[in-house]
Each structure stands twice: as C-alpha cells, then as structure tokens.
Design a protein around this ligand. Structure first.
Ligand code: PGA
Length: 246
C-alpha cells in the first residue's frame, strides 16, 4: 500500500491564480491537497493526479448555519478527504464532542476523515500526552459506529500532530512517533468499526526530515503544512514516501 501525504495549505495562498499555479506544480500521485474552501472547486478541476481534501466541515446537512459547509457540499465540489479537529481549530473552541459529530458526518457523506490529535507543550511537560491523545481519540471516534450501517468500507486517517511541533521547525522524533502509533492502535482497535486506520505524522515535516519518519512501515504518511506551500518541497516528500510504499 502506498503512503499518503496530505498538503494542508491552511489559509494560503491569497489568490485563486496563485492557488492554481501551486496546485498544477504540486500535482503528483500520492498527494492529497487541502486548499482553502474558496479555491477547492477550481483546484479540483486542475488536479490530474493528486486528490482533493477540505480543511473542515460542519455536521448538519443543511439549514441556518452561517459560515458553515456540509459534507455533502464538499463532496459535490469534488472533495474526497476532510481534515477534522486540527489543533488550529481546536484552539478556537472546537471541542472533542464537535469533532466526533464532524467525523460521523464525514463518514456519512463518504468523505475520508483525517482526524488530528496532539498535545500542547504544557501537557507534554506535565506527562499528560497519552491521556490527552486517548481522550481525543475516544470522544472523537465515539459516534463512528452509529454511521457504520450506512457506510461501506470506512477509511480513516489519524494524524498525530504534537501542537508544539506545528510550524516550529522542531518536529517530534521518529521514536516518539513509533511509540505513539502503538499507543493509538491500542486505544482505537477495540472501538468497533473503525477498522484499521492509517496513522500519519504531522508537525514541521520537510523534505529534510520526512525520510526519518516515512521509512518506518508503521508510519503511514505525513500531514504537511508550511512545506506544502513550496511545490518542489512537497514533491520531494511524496518522492521519499514512494521509496517506502508498503
Ligand atoms: P507544519 O503544519 O507542517 O507547518 O508544521 C502541520 C499542520 O499544522 O498540519
């Protein structure tokens, strides 16, 4: 199975023109590009090899929800994946309960959720890393089985992204990540219907450090923020991931 690299463009770039240029230059197999929602549909039209993802969704199907976007709407404009529970959204007030509704909504609409979990520096220093990750997983996935009867072949990606490693040029170590993969499997595997999620690493991944993570069979890929805004960088990371396709 090939590894998966997710490009999270966050709120970049500023214009559609720049976004299309970046998408065309980054368009390789094995990559999922998650542009801002405003560019999603147009980017979908230019991608030939990479897949398309969104950065968030809302759990209701329609109605009076100003500023929100439903799973169905994302699906209708070509998204296949959706990032859920990114720490930058959690820091604005998104709770584990909201994350769980979003995961269930994504699966119902046949989107592949990328559930982000991760601890702050203070939580790590206080020895609470596993407690935080376990809570985020248990609550975040608590509604999964309720949608199972309507959903065939659930595909779920879990991204471990220590918050202190995001956008800091200081990634976690591959050893810590391997330990975390084991822990995530211990927590998630007994939860019915979540099957066998792909577990990927995120937090200051670059072409310089990607190999140290991706060479391990347990690490299924990477979620890349800053480095994904440089097409040469992201293509190098995808290239490295191909060397270690399982
Ligand atoms: P980064 O971001 O690669 O810039 O650290 C990762 C993320 O926030 O998903």
């Amino acid at each position: 199975m090939s590894k998966i690299i997710i490009a999270n463009w966050k709120m970049n770039p500023a214009s559609l023109k720049e976004a299309i240029k970046l998408a065309k230059e980054s368009d390789v197999k094995g990559l999922v590009i998650c542009p801002p929602i405003s560019f999603l549909e147009e980017i979908g039209k230019v991608l030939k090899k990479a897949k398309l993802g969104a950065q968030d969704l809302f759990w209701e199907e329609r109605g009076a929800h100003t500023g929100e976007v439903s799973g169905q709407q994302l699906k209708n404009i070509g998204a296949e994946y959706v990032i859920i529970g990114h720490s930058e959204r959690r820091s604005l007030g998104e709770t584990d309960e909201m994350v769980s509704k979003k995961i269930a909504a994504a699966l119902k609409d046949n989107l592949k959720p990328i559930l982000c979990v991760g601890e702050t520096r203070a939580e790590r220093d206080a020895g609470k890393t596993k407690e935080v990750i376990e809570r985020e997983l248990r609550i975040g996935l608590s509604l999964v089985k309720q949608v199972d009867h309507r959903t065939s072949n659930i595909e779920l990606i879990i991204a471990y992204e220590p918050i202190w490693a995001i956008g800091t040029s200081t990634p976690d170590t591959p050893e810590d990540m391997l330990d975390m993969v084991k822990f995530i499997r211990e927590v998630v595997n007994p939860i019915p219907y979540t099957l066998y999620p792909s577990i990927i690493y995120g937090g200051s991944v670059t072409s310089g450090n990607a190999e140290s993570f991706l060479k391990h069979k347990e690490i299924a890929g990477a979620l890349v923020g800053g480095a994904s805004l440089n097409s040469e960088e992201i293509k190098k990371i995808v290239e490295i991931s191909k060397k270690y396709a399982r």
